[in-house]
Design a protein around this ligand. Structure first.
Ligand code: AMP
Ligand code: ZN
Length: 467
C-alpha cells in the first residue's frame, strides 16, 4: 500500500510518489529568528519531524532542509511594515546580527529538547543573498519581474497559475487589495523580490542598489540551492499558504519552467481559546517557560504531535498534563514488561502485536493519522496487560515499540535500568564526590535522571526513586 498525503494544491489525498524512487527532497519554512519560537511554531516543526521520521521508518532516504529567516520578513506579509529583525534589534538594543545569532541558538536548544531530529542543513537567508539575486535576475530575463524605483517586483499577471494553491483568483485578490498600494507596483498584487534601501542595516550589493531580498524569494533560492528545482514535499503552517507559498511557486516555476513541489503539506494552527497562537496576539507560550513551570518537554511534544496535523488543536496546560499521563501509561507498560516471566511464549501476544503493527502503519500511511496510530498502541497495551507473557514475548513487544518510537520520539525505549546498576552508579557518584570530582558526580546524577531515576541526598544517605 502506498503512503497517501493530502496535497494543499490539489485539495485531495494522493499517493506519495517522489521524483526519485526511495528518495525524498523535503523543505520546511523555518523560524524567523527575531524572538523565541512559540509552541505554535513547534506544532509545525514537530509535524515536519514526524513526517521525516515516518518516511524514514518506511525506508525512504530523506533529504531534509529547514531555512532560518534572518532578514527580509516584514511585520506584514503583504509587503508592508518593517523588517522583524530590525524591530527586535530596536526593542532589545542590539544589532540584528546579534539578535539572529541569539534566537537561532535558542531555537536549536529547543528543538533538541523536543527531540526534533536535526535536518540535513539549516540555511540562513543572509548567507544566500547571491543565489537570490541570481534568481531575481532570471525572473527579470524571463519577463516575469520588473525593476521600478530601484526595487524589483514579480508581475503576477505574467504567471497565470498565481492563486492556484490558495484558491484565489487574480480578480478576487485585486478586489481585496488595499487602497494605499505601493505606486511603484504595476499591479497591487505584485510582490517584492528585492528592496533597495540604503538605510537598512542588513544590506547587500545588487544590480539594483544596496538592499535586501524579499522574504518569499529566500525560500525559492535556498530550496533550489540545497535540494533541487523540484521538491517532493514542502511544508509550513497554514498561514504560509498565502502569500508566502503562492509566491514561492510563482518565482520557482517562473524561473525554471518545472513543477516546484509534488506535495504541499500545511499544519493547522495551534489555537488558544479558538484563536491562533501568535506573537502579535500575545497569547503564546514558549518552551523554556513551560519547562521552568515543571512541564516536561516530552509531554509538550506529545500534546503537539498526537492530534492530526490537519485538525485544529486548542492548546491548554491541562492538555499537556494529560499528555504526560498518556506517555507515562506507555512507558509504565514497557517497564512492566521487564517482569514478564511466563515459561511459555504466548501465541496470542504475537498475533496481537502483528495486528498492532499493521494498524499503526495503515493509520500513518493515511496522511499521518497519528491519533489513530496511537489508539492502536493503547489498545494493544490494554489487551496485552491481560496476557501472561514470557521474556521472549516481552522482548518482541519492546522491539516493536522501539520501532514505533523511532517515529513518535516520546517513549525513551532504552533498555530499562536495573536496581543493581543504579546502586553501582550511586556508589560511583559518592566516590566521585569524595574525590571532589563534582563534574563526574553531576554527570552521574544527570544520566540517572535522564533514565527516569531521581536521587535525593538525605542525612541517612542517598535515596532514589523512579520518576
Ligand atoms: P514564523 O517564525 O512566524 O515565520 O513562523 C514559523 C512557522 O511556524 C511557519 O511555518 C508558520 O506557519 C508556523 N506557525 C506560526 N504560528 C503557528 C501556530 N499558531 N500554529 C502552527 N504553526 C504556526
Ligand atoms: Zn518559506
Amino acid at each position: 500500500m502506498p503512503i497517501r498525503f493530502y496535497n494543499t494544491l490539489t485539495k485531495a489525498k494522493q499517493d506519495f510518489v517522489p521524483v526519485l524512487p526511495g528518495q525524498v527532497c523535503m523543505y520546511h519554512c523555518g523560524p524567523t529568528v527575531y524572538s523565541f519560537a512559540h509552541i505554535g511554531n513547534f506544532r509545525a516543526y514537530i509535524f515536519a519531524d514526524l513526517l521525516r521520521r515516518y518516511l524514514e521508518y518506511r525506508g525512504f532516504q530523506v533529504h531534509q532542509v529547514m531555512n532560518i529567516t534572518d532578514v527580509g520578513h516584514l511585520t506584514d506579509d503583504s509587503d508592508e511594515g518593517e523588517d522583524k529583525m530590525l524591530v527586535a534589534a530596536g526593542r532589545e538594543g542590539k544589532d540584528p546580527w546579534e539578535i539572529a545569532r541569539f534566537y537561532s541558538q535558542a531555537f536549536f536548544v529547543d528543538i533538541e529538547k523536543l527531540r526534533i531530529r536535526k535536518a540535513m542543513v539549516y540555511p540562513r537567508a543572509t548567507e544566500h543573498v547571491p543565489q537570490m539575486v541570481r534568481l531575481v535576475e532570471r525572473l527579470i530575463d524571463r519577463g516575469l519581474a520588473y525593476v521600478s524605483n530601484r526595487c524589483v517586483y514579480f508581475d503576477v499577471t505574467r504567471f497565470p497559475a498565481y492563486g492556484r494553491l490558495s484558491g484565489n483568483t487574480l480578480e478576487s485578490l485585486q478586489a481585496g487589495a488595499r487602497i494605499e498600494v505601493n505606486p511603484d507596483k504595476r499591479n497591487p498584487c505584485d510582490f517584492t523580490l528585492w528592496v533597495t534601501d540604503d538605510h537598512h542595516i542588513m544590506k547587500w550589493e545588487s544590480p539594483w542598489g544596496m538592499g535586501y531580498p524579499g522574504w518569499h524569494i529566500e525560500c525559492s533560492a535556498m530550496s533550489m540551492t540545497h535540494l533541487s528545482e523540484t521538491l517532493d514535499i514542502h511544508t509550513g503552517g497554514e498561514d504560509n499558504i498565502f502569500p508566502h507559498h503562492e509566491c514561492e511557486i510563482a518565482q520557482s516555476e517562473g524561473a525554471t519552467g518545472k513543477p516546484f513541489v509534488g506535495c504541499w503539506m500545511h499544519t493547522r494552527h495551534l489555537l488558544v481559546d479558538g484563536r491562533k497562537m501568535s506573537k502579535s496576539l500575545g497569547n503564546f507560550h514558549i518552551l523554556r517557560d513551560l519547562l521552568e513551570r515543571g512541564y516536561e518537554a516530552d509531554a509538550v511534544r506529545y500534546s503537539l504531535l498526537s492530534t492530526n496535523y490537519r485538525q485544529p488543536l486548542n492548546f491548554t496546560l491541562e492538555g499537556v498534563q494529560a499528555s504526560k499521563q498518556a506517555v507515562s501509561r506507555l512507558r509504565d507498560f514497557l517497564r512492566r514488561l521487564e517482569e514478564a516471566s511466563a515459561t511459555r511464549d504466548n501465541p496470542e501476544a504475537a498475533a496481537l502485536l502483528a495486528r498492532t503493527v499493521a494498524g499503526f502503519e495503515a493509520a500513518m500511511d493515511d496522511d499521518l493519522n497519528v491519533s489513530s496510530a496511537l489508539a492502536a498502541l493503547f489498545e494493544f497495551v490494554r489487551d496485552a496487560n491481560r496476557l501472561s507473557l514470557s521474556r521472549e514475548d516481552a522482548a518482541l513487544i519492546r522491539a516493536a515499540f522501539g520501532r514505533f518510537d523511532q517515529v513518535l520520539g516520546v517513549l525513551e525505549c532504552r533498555p530499562a535500568i536495573l536496581d543493581e546498576e543504579i546502586e553501582r552508579l550511586i556508589q560511583e557518584r559518592q566516590a566521585a564526590r569524595q574525590a571532589k570530582n563534582f563534574a563526574r558526580a553531576d554527570a552521574i546524577r544527570k544520566d540517572l535522571k535522564d533514565r527516569g531515576i531521581f536521587l535525593e541526598d538525605t542525612p541517612q544517605g542517598v535515596r532514589w526513586k523512579r520518576g
